[in-house]
Design a binder for this molecule. Structure first.
Ligand code: ME8
Length: 503
């Protein structure tokens, strides 16, 4: 089976922050999970380089948009490996192949009869690059995302006939009830559609030159959102030189996006694909905001928390874990250095790290590192169906719930240590067999949760599985009882304690 997952392509008007890292981490968990299942995976991320958000930021800095794009695209490109992200390609919308693809696909949309000339009159947010409808406006004339005064635009434009897709979009939502996930976001998107669709600007005229030229009207560039959305498709045409991956990887399985760009992905995007005669994606997975002091982090608000500082001090896996654990994926949630530290100490260092250290130390102490053989294992019923549940939850975009299902077993294993008290069993020669069973159960339980956690904590899982001599992290190996660890060494702490709060 093939599996395609994408992040939004990020604007290069500023540096990457935790909000961007969040979506990239979520997409990476899905990509890694599907590789574990043996799927043929394509994971795409990249940068959105045209339009007003970038042109205005460059103007402010006194540099050309291209220079700003070149500088910041490098920073976003470097972010992916720093997050442990296993993306297969990094697209930049200034790539000549992408630009040619945009021109070809939008020409097809026009040839199919879905483009006409019109005049736009209304509100516009230059930071969102979004033409706001009256009911999207805050306090009469402000952007609900950036809280800045919107501009009043009146411009002759090419329009995309979005209104022609009202019925087809309603049918799509009826036939594919999980097209948008989670269900609350689906209802929001559907309500927008049912509220009545208006045609939308497809191009910008004289006011903006930084974009992909409209082939049938060279004085215009395409409105940045149409250029940007098409990245998900054009990337497949040139990610591998000389090969067209569209047959293999289109339609995408999951586009993961923040709720700020729901309208573009859940409404414009499927309509645009229909207009171009292309299949629509299987799912749009919409998550909420990471909040600091109750406000969405964003480059333009300037209240950013630096993911790099956390990675440097605590390791990348702890950041991946924290953001997917502390905020239920889909909803909004506050993040803070104090909450990070709390999760790190109590869950990574204590629940999981200590479990691994204790189990390995006990096998070394009581059995000279040899794991008792035989398949007399306890806790089978606690692990029964777990891998299936985790996979099913990830397939519904429930990344936090899947992680919680695994973590419940980490806690179960810790309780089992207390129940069994191997240090007492070891003192009683008559209970030698029970000690064997307890140690074998703990090693197998530890191995199983580690395989299940590999998509979330890839570096830690690889290290731990290697130390257990059981590097197989395929989904078959995620079944309790599937492994055969024969020996363990004493492990160094997986998540060392830190004294001071993170920067
Ligand atoms: O919108 N909490 O780019 P962008 C959670 N170029 N996620 C956040 C976040 C926060 N505080 N801040 C940002 C654009 N994000 C367009 C997208 S796609 C064809 C074009 C994440 O740089 C989240 O995924 O403003 C959000 O949707 C995205 O970054 C916006 O990034």
């Amino acid at each position: 089976m093939s599996f395609t997952v994408t992040t939004p392509i990020y604007y290069v008007n500023g540096a990457p922050h935790l909000g961007h890292a969040y979506t990239t981490i979520a997409a990476d968990v899905m990509a890694r999970h599907h590789r574990q299942r043996g799927d043929d995976v394509f994971f795409l991320t990249g940068t959105d380089e045209h339009g007003e958000p970038v042109a205005l930021a460059a103007e402010k800095l006194g540099v050309t948009p291209q220079a700003l794009a070149d500088e910041n695209a490098e920073r976003f490109k470097a972010l992916a490996p720093q997050l442990g992200a296993s993306n297969d390609f990094f697209i930049r919308t200034t790539d000549p192949e992408h630009k040619a693809g945009v021109q070809r696909l939008l020409q097809a949309v026009k040839d199919n009869g879905y483009v006409e000339l019109g005049r736009y009159e209304g509100w516009y947010c230059p930071r969102c690059a979004d033409f706001k409808t009256e009911n999207e406006v805050e306090d009469g004339s402000k952007c609900p995302v950036h809280h800045i005064e919107l501009t009043r635009e009146s411009e002759e434009n090419w329009f995309f006939k979005l209104s022609a897709f009202q019925a087809r979009l309603e049918a799509l939502y009826a036939e594919q009830p999980d097209f948008v996930l989670p269900p609350a976001r689906r209802n929001e998107a559907l309500a927008f559609i049912e509220g009545g669709l208006q045609d939308v600007s497809l191009s910008r005229g004289a006011k903006l030159q930084w974009g992909v030229q409209v082939p049938w009207d060279p004085a215009h560039v395409f409105y940045v959102w149409f250029d940007a959305l098409l990245n998900y498709y054009t990337a497949l045409e040139y990610a591998v030189p000389g090969e067209d991956l569209t047959q293999r990887f289109w339609p995408a399985d999951f586009h993961i996006v923040g709720k700020d760009i729901l309208k573009f992905h859940c409404v414009f995007w499927p309509a645009l694909l229909m207009a171009a005669g292309l299949p629509v994606p299987r799912h749009i997975l919409v998550h909420g905001y990471l909040l600091m002091d109750g406000e969405k982090m964003s480059k333009s608000l300037g209240n950013v928390l630096d993911p790099f500082a956390i990675i440097e001090r605590f390791g990348v896996d702890s950041l991946r874990f924290y953001v997917l654990r502390d905020v239920a994926f889909g909803g909004d949630g506050s993040v803070s250095p104090a909450a990070f530290e709390q999760r790190y100490e109590t869950e990574l260092a204590n629940d999981f790290g200590n479990l691994a250290s204790r189990v390995s130390a006990m096998v070394v102490k009581y059995r000279d590192g040899a794991v008792p053989a035989g398949d007399a294992l306890e806790l089978r019923e606690d692990f029964d169906g777990l891998a299936g549940e985790v996979a099913a939850r990830i397939d519904r975009g429930e990344l936090t719930q899947a992680l919680e299902a695994i973590w419940a077993r980490v806690r179960r294993l810790n309780r089992y240590v207390e129940e069994q008290a191997p240090w007492k069993l070891a003192k009683d020669p008559a209970r030698r067999e029970q000690l064997d069973v307890a140690l074998a159960t703990l090693v197998e339980g530890l191995r199983t949760v580690t395989v299940l956690l590999a998509a979330y904590l890839p570096a830690t899982a690889a290290r731990l599985l290697a130390a257990l001599g059981a590097p197989d992290d395929s989904w078959a190996a995620a079944a309790f009882g599937a492994g055969a660890v024969t020996a363990v060494d004493r492990l160094a702490p997986l998540f060392p304690k830190h004294d001071a709060a993170p920067a």
